[in-house]
Design a protein around this ligand. Structure first.
Ligand SMILES: [Zn+2]
Length: 571
């Protein structure tokens, strides 16, 4: 679409209500907590007095006892001591049994203590031990020094002050030696494998940005987090402690970004892949958002503009891949697609009516609005699919409301959709333009396709070329082949259905372009432009209920045919 849209007002929609952090140590403590804590303490003492003879199961029993005491009341005044001791126990287990999982657990407990009980006298102990682990076992003097710097700044009256100051000098010196050695092999350092570096266009004069909003969606094996800042920032993502199949912490540093007290928070999330989302002012000029993950098998970070936002997509480690639970299909057609090979059925379809709320989409003849047309067609399509296919159908919006593009994809992924259909209407400068076209996500050199994507993405054409660069690194896991097939079948059926009743329907065919709404979708996904609302004849028809019903029929025919093609493989 090339129509000029009204300016989008800069209202920020807070779609996520932040959950308040848990209360700090409750004043009362149950008798049971004390009893269990004392029991755990005595188990631990037994090991401490005879460390040579203690076996792995003695250590594990002591750790379990502290976990039990902690869980009896996670807010009791014994909870910080339990967490601290768990950190110690697992660190000693790591030393004794040389298993990195224990080291990892140790860090987790220290971190839980520091973030859940920041005002407790043990909080600085946790930071101190964390820094020691970074330095002595990981050789990460930089993070060790940063952790201690934080300790000194936040706990100037704590009992760890002297030790922290002493170690800080040590780790800084070690870091300087390391950097000197590293400068000899500059080239190798440039490719630090664990570092995912993403550069965004820095704002003019590098003024400080402000963290405005954090949004998140999570299921058992998928998480999307969106960080919104007041202006573009340079950001880097780091995946920490990646060991075997237990990576777990991803953090994003936001350069020149301020995070206000109000936005510095810990959001505990107890369901799904994302365990906890935290934001804090890491250094005076660096804001940090930390994602504590249950697992990470793959992650991607990219940024969108207007407003500037950083999108983090994470896939977890699936306990059992769906492919393994199904027997191979007995009869496979020529050139079977992936979904056919896996014998997947279409159980849930996500339909996305484009635009909505403050974003009207394209404006057509007589003030016809894209957002209204596509919502009507989407609702009709949902009804038809429910009755004809008996599939579950989920709409990303059922009323005139604004939903950011990246949230629509997140809905499709978190609802575990098998297909994603985004419905739009086209616009052109020339009132003569008419017809139907369907897109799937891919890079493109075609100027017209890029213009359309820029319009649907509500960004500049310049941003599209940036998006293409990002996309080239995101594409390898997309369902491109399946999406192209879905696009082809749906487009063909839609054109046929409309041509049958009205004649002269122009088929613009299947096209590809970088649509934001399709980026990161984990299922075959398409964006279809069902009509040109800038064509007078079409606009007149779009005001008729019957024409919209026919459009919905055409789309439904296509989706149903696609599922039948898939089912061929199962017969
Ligand atoms: Zn649109």
């Amino acid at each position: 679409m090339i129509t000029i849209r009204p300016k989008i007002c800069a209202v920020i929609i807070f779609t996520v209500l932040f959950i308040a952090a848990p209360l700090l140590a409750a004043p009362s403590q149950g008798h049971l907590t004390v009893k269990r804590y004392n029991l755990a303490r005595s188990r631990y003492n037994e090991i401490k007095f005879s460390p040579k003879t203690a076996r792995l199961n003695n250590w594990q029993a002591a750790a379990r006892a502290f976990v039990r005491a902690y869980k009896t009341n996670p807010y009791s005044d014994r909870a910080p001591a339990s967490l601290l001791t768990l950190g110690h126990i697992y660190f000693k287990m790591y030393k004794r049994f040389n298993n990195k999982d224990y080291l990892h657990k140790s860090l987790t407990y220290y971190d839980d203590l520091a973030s859940l009980f920041p005002k407790h006298p043990y909080a600085d102990d946790a930071l101190y031990h964390t820094a020691r682990i970074y330095a002595l076992t990981e050789g990460d003097y930089k993070d060790a020094a940063l952790t201690l710097a934080r300790l000194l700044a936040v706990y100037p009256n704590g009992d760890m002050l002297k030790k922290a100051a002493r170690d800080l000098l040590r780790w800084k010196a070690a870091q300087a030696r390391k950097e000197k050695a590293r400068s000899v092999r500059v080239r190798a350092a440039a490719h630090n494998a664990k570092m995912a570096l993403h550069m965004a266009t820095p704002g003019p004069g590098m003024q400080t940005a402000v963290l405005k909003n954090l949004r998140h969606w999570s299921t058992k094996d998928y998480t999307r987090v969106v960080i919104e800042t007041s202006k573009p920032v340079i950001y880097k993502g780091f995946l920490l402690k990646k060991q075997k199949d237990h990576p777990r912490r991803l953090y994003i540093n936001l350069r020149n970004c301020r995070i206000s007290r109000r936005m510095q928070k810990t959001i505990p999330i107890h369901n799904g892949l994302l365990r906890r989302l935290r934001s804090a002012q890491y250094k005076p000029r660096i804001g940090r958002v930390v994602l504590d993950m249950n697992s990470v098998s793959d992650y991607k970070i990219f940024n969108l503009e207007k407003p500037f936002r950083i999108v983090i997509d994470i896939k977890g480690v699936k306990r059992r891949a769906r492919a393994q639970t199904l027997l191979p299909a007995p009869l496979v057609p020529k050139n079977p697609t992936l979904a056919q090979q896996l014998g997947l059925r279409i159980k849930r379809i996500i339909i996305d009516p484009g635009h909505g709320g403050k974003d009207p989409g394209a404006i057509g003849v007589g003030g016809l609005r894209e957002k209204d047309i596509v919502l009507k067609v989407a609702k009709m399509l949902a009804r038809k699919l429910r009755s004809r296919l008996r599939a579950q159908v989920i709409l990303t919006r059922t009323r005139d409301v604004f939903i950011p593009l990246e949230e629509r994809t997140a809905i499709a992924n978190t609802k575990d959709g098998d297909l994603f259909i985004s419905i739009h209407a086209n616009a052109a400068r020339s009132p003569k333009a008419h017809g139907i076209e369907t897109y799937y996500l891919d890079l493109t050199n075609n100027k017209a396709n890029m213009r359309l994507a820029a319009s649907e993405n509500a960004t500049s054409a310049h941003n599209i070329s940036d998006l293409q660069k990002i996309l080239s690194s995101l594409m390898h896991n997309s369902k491109k082949q399946e999406s192209a097939k879905l696009a082809h079948i749906v487009n063909r059926n839609l054109v046929d259905e409309m041509d049958k009743d009205y004649g002269g329907i122009k088929n613009h065919g299947i096209k590809k372009a970088p649509f934001i709404v399709l980026i990161g979708a984990q299922m075959p996904s398409i964006l279809t432009e069902i009509a040109f609302i800038t064509n007078p004849k079409t606009a007149k028809r779009l005001r008729q209920h019957k024409y919209l019903e026919d459009l919905a029929d055409g789309l439904a025919n296509g989706i149903i045919q696609y599922t039948k093609v898939l089912d061929l493989a199962r017969r």
